[in-house]
Write a protein of this length. Structure first.
Length: 297
């Protein structure tokens, strides 16, 4: 029987977005439509929850390990993420209501990049436990391992689910450079969507199931693109000399959130799904650089 270790994280630090700090008992906010989680840090990476409505910032992990790549459960109560707090990288799940963190993978290999299925029953993740390189794997939401979905002598990563939980898109270098592929949740019917000599990575499936946002270097630097789920209809949304990365969709699918260093440091931006109305969310040059933003459902 798989041993699950529950770790109580003793302190969630409350700050204001302006830099203040409080040691009062933590009560996390109850209006998730205004909350966004992201990673930030330098030598140590932590996960933060920002409440845009109240201007509060919560350090969720607050430890000396690296904690990164967050993924919300569909109901917004649980947060999966990658952490190296056990030595190797493993997938953990944080219950924000109970303030308990659980190690789901318990493996001496590296496991990370979790992506929660929209129906809440499974988590896709990446693991090098097979010895073939990083493969896309699947587990139940309680950590029960269901097996690998890819089996190639290449690197595979950053899985994202279709809204009906039937397909998974991911990036892989199996053809010599980074491309975006899609497959059935069983691992069958693999299709290369991008087929480009440049690198395409970091896919994010839209909530309406019609498009996939991703990062591409085909114009010479990291830009945010969208394409239809069959690879057609390619559009460059950012057209900027900076590095634009980590696209994710707002829960209503009307906007795309991303990170960019266009201001000289990595911060979080939003734009409409057609690339218009770009706005900087924080404008905080004196804080650690931010990455991997995910709005709470």
């Amino acid at each position: 029987m798989k041993k699950i270790c529950a770790i109580f994280f003793a302190s969630i630090i409350i700050l204001t977005l302006a830099g203040g700090c409080s040691t009062a008992p933590v009560v996390l906010p109850a209006h998730p439509s205004t909350e966004i989680v992201y990673g930030a840090g330098g030598a140590e990476l932590d996960l933060y929850l920002a409440d845009i409505a109240t201007n509060k910032l919560y350090d969720l992990t607050n430890n000396k390990a690296d904690d990164f790549w967050p993924s919300w459960s569909p109901d917004g109560h649980l947060l999966a993420f990658t952490s190296d707090r056990t030595g190797s990288e493993n997938v953990f799940v944080m219950d924000l209501d109970k303030q308990i963190t659980t190690n789901l993978t318990h493996n001496s290999s590296n496991n990370g990049w979790p992506a929660w299925s929209p129906d809440g029953s499974k988590i896709a993740f990446v693991s090098d436990r097979s010895g073939l390189g990083y493969q896309i794997c699947l587990m139940k939401s309680d950590g029960t391992f269901l097996g690998p979905l890819t089996n190639s002598q290449s690197e595979n990563g950053m899985p994202t689910w279709s809204p009906d939980s039937k397909k998974i898109a991911f990036n892989s270098n199996r053809d010599g450079n980074w491309e975006i592929y899609v497959m059935n949740v069983s691992g069958s019917a693999l299709v290369n969507l991008t087929k480009n000599a440049k690198d395409d990575s970091q896919p994010a499936w839209s909530p309406d199931g019609k498009q996939i946002a991703f990062v591409s270097t085909r114009d010479g630097n990291d830009e945010i693109y969208v394409m239809n789920t069959d690879g057609s209809g390619l559009i460059n949304l950012t057209h900027n000399a900076a590095s634009d990365q980590s696209p994710s969709w707002t829960p209503d699918g009307k906007q795309i959130t991303f990170t960019s260093d266009r201001g000289g440091y990595y911060d979080i931006f939003t734009m409409n799904r057609d690339g218009t109305n770009v706005k900087q969310l924080f404008n905080s040059p004196n804080e650690p650089e931010k990455f991997q933003p995910q709005w709470r459902p």
